[in-house]
Design a binder for this molecule. Structure first.
Ligand code: SF4
Length: 161
C-alpha cells in the first residue's frame, strides 16, 4: 500500500478514527431531506423538504451536537449502519467508499474547500425548504437528491460520469 494514499484510500471505513469518519461528510445536506417509502412497493422517493434543524440556505445542521436528542429519528451513521441504509444519495462519501468507489474532486478532502460542494451542485443550498414551511411531503417529491448533477466539476479528481 502506497504511503501517498490518503486515509480514505488506505483504511476501511471501520478502521477510521472518529475524526476521519466525520471528515468524510461533505456537508451537502441531502441526507437531511425527508424521504417517502411506498408501503406496498417499498419504493423510495426523495423530497426537497428538509429536517427542521437544517439551515436550508447553508445546508448545515443548526444544532449538530444535539440533533439526535431533538430529532430522535436522525440516523447516527456508522460503518455497521451503512449496510442497512438504502437512502443515502449517490454523491455521499460514505456511500461511495462503502461501494468501493473514489471520492469526487469537489469533495472538501480533495478540493480543500468546503465551497466546492455547492459549486458542483451537490449541496441542497437554495433548493430545499424547511419542514416548518412545506406542508404535505407528497407535494414535494423531487428526483435531484438521488441523482448526480449534470454539470462537470473542476479538474483534478474523479469527475462525474
Ligand atoms: S449525504 Fe452524506 S455527505 Fe451529504 S451531508 Fe449526508 S452524510 Fe454528509
Amino acid at each position: 500500500m502506497s504511503e501517498d494514499q490518503k486515509f480514505w484510500q488506505r483504511k476501511t471505513l471501520g478502521e477510521m478514527t472518529k475524526t476521519e469518519w466525520e471528515s468524510l461528510c461533505d456537508g451537502c445536506g441531502r441526507c437531511c431531506l425527508h424521504k417517502l417509502r411506498d408501503e406496498d412497493t417499498e419504493e423510495l422517493s426523495f423530497t426537497n423538504v428538509a429536517c427542521r434543524l437544517l439551515d436550508v440556505t447553508t445546508g448545515r445542521c443548526t444544532d449538530y451536537a444535539n440533533r439526535r436528542r431533538k430529532i430522535p429519528d436522525c440516523v447516527h451513521l456508522t460503518p455497521a449502519k451503512l449496510a442497512e441504509v438504502d437512502w443515502l444519495p449517490p454523491s455521499c462519501a460514505y456511500r461511495l467508499l462503502g461501494e468501493g468507489k473514489e471520492l469526487y474532486d469537489w469533495h472538501p478532502l480533495i478540493s480543500g474547500r468546503a465551497e466546492s460542494v455547492a459549486e458542483a451542485g451537490i449541496a441542497v443550498n437554495g433548493r430545499a425548504l424547511s419542514e416548518r414551511d412545506a406542508g404535505p411531503l407528497e407535494h414535494h417529491i423531487v428526483d435531484w437528491p438521488g441523482q448526480m448533477p449534470k454539470r462537470r466539476p473542476r479538474q483534478g479528481g474523479r469527475q462525474h460520469p
